[in-house]
Ligand binder design. Structure first.
Ligand SMILES: CCCCCCCCCCCCCCCCCCCCCCCCCC(=O)SCCNC(=O)CCNC(=O)[C@H](O)C(C)(C)COP(=O)(O)OP(=O)(O)OC[C@H]1O[C@@H](n2cnc3c(N)ncnc32)[C@H](O)[C@@H]1OP(=O)(O)O
Ligand SMILES: NC(=O)C1=CN([C@@H]2O[C@H](COP(=O)(O)OP(=O)(O)OC[C@H]3O[C@@H](n4cnc5c(N)ncnc54)[C@H](OP(=O)(O)O)[C@@H]3O)[C@@H](O)[C@H]2O)C=CC1
Length: 515
């Protein structure tokens, strides 16, 4: 039997962010491999008109949890949703719930965060720094606690090129930032934000770095480890390939490209696309939980969960692979035929944005107006281009993350654990992974059926014909205008016509002679 799976049996585990992308996969894996665990406490807030129970019900009845029901039929009884709001200073946990958490919890996995790049600094600090501090404070009062695993990001120090498994200090202490957020008003915070984040691209990466500092400062009496994943993508293998449930990272761009909205992007084809499947992150996190609890390392160990130095893929190559996948698995009702071009040149990018993104949107809106409908494409395109501009930072750089701890952990695992909790991305076949990713985006995000593929292919053929027709018409109009205005163009035109005529006459004459 797997040592790691056996370790979690009988344990009471607290997960924050369990309703998120990574949290769900982590919880699913725990239930599937350690069905004898005692309980999983999840900190949840009501959202979108759903109560806590409705949210849990929805998760447990989703496709992701289908296999869990076979191995752990009483999963409903083993999950305990606790009302909490990480936006509030005391996390808004009731006294009774807090008491239960303090006395029962064996392991904590802290996944909750705001992952929005442009979040207001006050909100990002509250969620990624203050809430982490509050949770650590709670953890320090848990007598049974064996390990606290904090999920950070490999990009928390993206201002550096080479990143070691250490915590890099930020110039201003997190405690000072937390205090100042209490009395500074929004306008002043807006003004100082660029100075505080310095050479990081956004408040997300900055506050995740601050969160790590808080973890370090509170780590003296706790048994803590930090996992730093890179860009988290769809599942690779477990519970089935291609599962994804939000638009973050590449998923939104795959939709935009597959539907033909996004055809070019400012990105460096040779930069490493450091994607990491979400099930790999979950496996590593569970292995880290086990190792930290059993071996109690003297210092806080940091684990980079990245693919670049084990099995690198590059943006240019990934673009081709995504395009190849669209050929086999086209999305329905595409706006234009998918095309993927990475360009490093700012002028070329502006050209593409004007000609390939904005102009078709304007033309389409004009058509909508003509047919009495409300125009919407230009607005949608502007939002998409804004999103793309925020992701560009990550598409134009490569980072090197040292992975000694991750490799050490791999070597500590028994062959059975290496199989059950596989986080060795050297075995990952990118082409296959990307194809499953595109399929997953189609099925689980777009909710499109494979039965619609022939129709989608036909629609793309129609779009190709319209494209050819449009280009030919455009060329003829431009040429006609040019001939009317320029003697040089007229000369070129007569030369070409003359040449073609002579060429055809020669062939006709030579074929008559042969007969
Ligand atoms: C290709 C080439 C050529 C072109 C051809 C195409 C290519 C074809 C090939 C493609 C190949 C694959 C390329 C892969 C590239 C991947 C790059 C990934 C880099 C990620 C690095 C991550 C590193 C750090 C990792 C981490 O550690 S953290 C996790 C990452 N965190 C995030 O990824 C949050 C990002 N997002 C936000 O920060 C907010 O979304 C915000 C953006 C502020 C908007 O915010 P706002 O406008 O206020 O409003 P929203 O409601 O949020 O969104 C407004 C509307 O945009 C939608 N939308 C939200 N997102 C995305 C998204 N991604 N992509 C697209 N759409 C999105 C949303 O559905 C809504 O649509 P609508 O409802 O209007 O229809
Ligand atoms: N996705 C990625 O590419 C990467 C993610 N990471 C890290 O992994 C972790 C998980 O990310 P991911 O799953 O993708 O993110 P998601 O956005 O999918 O999930 C975030 C989770 O945090 C919870 N949360 C947010 N605000 C609150 C709040 N005020 N109170 C209670 N819970 C809250 C969300 O709950 P709710 O459902 O109620 O909103 C959700 O469960 C994060 O720490 C992130 O920084 C690191 C690298 C890359």
């Amino acid at each position: 039997m797997s040592t790691i799976a056996a370790f979690y049996s009988g344990k009471s585990i607290l997960i924050t962010g369990a309703t998120g992308f990574l949290g769900k996969v982590l919880m699913e894996k725990l239930f599937r491999t350690s069905p004898d665990l005692k309980v999983i406490y999840i900190l949840v807030r009501p959202k979108a008109g759903q109560t806590l129970q409705q949210r849990v019900f929805q998760i447990l009845n989703s496709k992701l949890f289908e296999k869990v029901k076979d191995v752990c039929p009483n999963v409903h009884e083993k999950i305990r949703a606790i009302y909490a709001d990480l936006n509030q200073n005391d996390l808004a946990i009731s006294k009774e719930d807090k008491q239960e958490l303090l006395s029962c919890t064996d392991i904590v996995f802290h996944c909750a965060a705001t992952v929005r790049f442009d979040d207001h600094l006050r909100h990002a600090v509250q969620l990624n720094v203050t809430a982490t501090q509050q949770l650590l404070l709670m953890a320090s009062q848990m007598p049974k606690l064996e390990a606290f695993i904090h999920i950070s990001t490999a990009f928390s120090n993206c201002n550096l090129k080479h990143i070691d498994e250490v915590i890099y200090p930020c110039p201003v202490e997190p405690k000072k930032i937390i205090d100042s957020m209490e009395w500074l008003d929004d306008a002043i915070i807006d003004e100082i934000t660029p100075k505080l984040i310095g050479d990081r691209p956004n408040t997300y990466t900055y506050t995740k770095a601050l969160g790590e500092m808080v973890v370090q400062q509170e780590s003296s009496n706790l048994n803590i480890a930090i996992v730093r994943p890179s860009i988290v993508g769809a599942t690779w293998q477990e519970p089935f390939p291609g599962w994804v449930d939000n638009l973050n990272g590449p998923s939104g761009l795959i939709i935009a490209a597959g539907k033909g909205f996004l055809r070019a992007i400012r990105g460096t084809p040779k930069a490493v696309a450091d994607l990491i499947p979400v099930d790999t992150v979950a496996n590593l996190t569970l292995a880290v939980g086990w190792y930290t609890a059993v071996n109690r390392p003297k210092s806080t160990l940091i684990y980079h969960c990245t693919s670049g130095n084990f099995n690198p893929c590059y943006w240019g190559k990934m673009g081709f692979q995504v395009l190849a996948a669209f050929e086999k698995i086209p999305f329905e009702r595409a706006f234009r035929r998918p095309y993927a071009d990475f360009t490093t040149n700012t002028i070329t990018t502006q050209y593409w944005n004007a000609v390939s993104h904005r102009a078709p949107a304007i033309i389409y809106d004009f058509y909508l107006r003509l047919t009495g409908r409300k125009p919407r494409m230009t607005k949608l395109m502007n939002r998409l281009l804004r999103t793309v501009s925020m992701l560009e930072y990550f598409l134009n750089r490569s980072w090197e993350w040292s992975t000694y701890n991750t490799e050490m952990l791999m070597s500590e695992l028994s062959p059975e654990d290496q199989r059950v909790f596989n986080f060795d991305v050297r075995q990952l076949n990118w082409l296959e992974y990307i194809e499953n990713y595109v399929l997953g985006v189609k099925k689980y995000l777009l909710k499109e059926d494979m039965a619609g593929v022939p129709k989608a292919k036909q629609h793309l053929k129609r779009l190709r014909n319209i494209h050819y027709l449009f280009n030919t018409a455009l060329f003829l109009i431009a040429w006609r205008l040019l001939i009317a205005r320029s003697q040089m163009a007229r000369n070129v035109w007569f030369f070409i016509v003359n040449f073609c005529y002579k060429f055809l006459s020669y062939f006709r004459a030579s074929s008559t002679l042969k007969v």
